[in-house]
Design a protein around this ligand. Sequence first.
Ligand code: G6P
Ligand code: MG
Length: 226
Amino acid sequence: MKTKGFIFDLDGVIVDTAKYHYLAWKALAKSIGIDFTVHQNEQLKGISRESSLNKILEWGNKTLPKDKFMELMKEKNNQYLSYITTMDENEILPGVTQILDYISQRKHPIALGSASKNSKIILQKVNLLDWFDAIVDGNNVTKAKPDPEVFLKAAKAINTPANQCIVFEDSVAGIQAANVANMISIGIGDSTILNEADFVFKDFTEIHVDFLERLIKTKKEELKKV
Ligand code: G6P
Ligand code: MG
């Protein structure tokens, strides 16, 4: 049996920070006279800080000079950081610690594949950093999801071929990135939103050991047929 590599997105998969990104972007957008819906917010999940601001400006039909753009990105991040200062283990999403434990006991490598530049601080705050063999995040990539760069770099960092990697994602852009990378994509969240994923679960408590065993034993090409 070949070793499988497990790649986790961070925000909305490992920790409940997607809500803080939403609140911070919503306030920032409001300050420049733009509003957007929870539905539109799905498009902001998984993409970089810069791409998010570009999308919000597009929704509001606005353009900004470079210095103002940079200032707003900083403002959003400061607001976001203020939300996460008091974060601790309580914000780890259900079933995450158990699945990390299951995978590492079986000696499969674990990587983070996130667009966030704050990933290390967050993993430290919730005390999960030590589970990861590699961290690839917004500080190491130049192309935002749905580009597969972040996942391909993560696969390389854990020395596992792309088609032996399994990606957990809560965003449409992230599922698309995993699919383009030829990895097994597992959506965590709403199956109507994440309908491009190979499999979708509401949260990790819905993923049972028999499914994990099948994931580990079966080749990507065979997996969906079983
Ligand atoms: C994640 C989140 C996005 C966020 C992006 C950048 O992918 O899903 O909502 O905008 O990371 O995060 P950062 O913490 O660097 O602003
Ligand atoms: Mg996410």
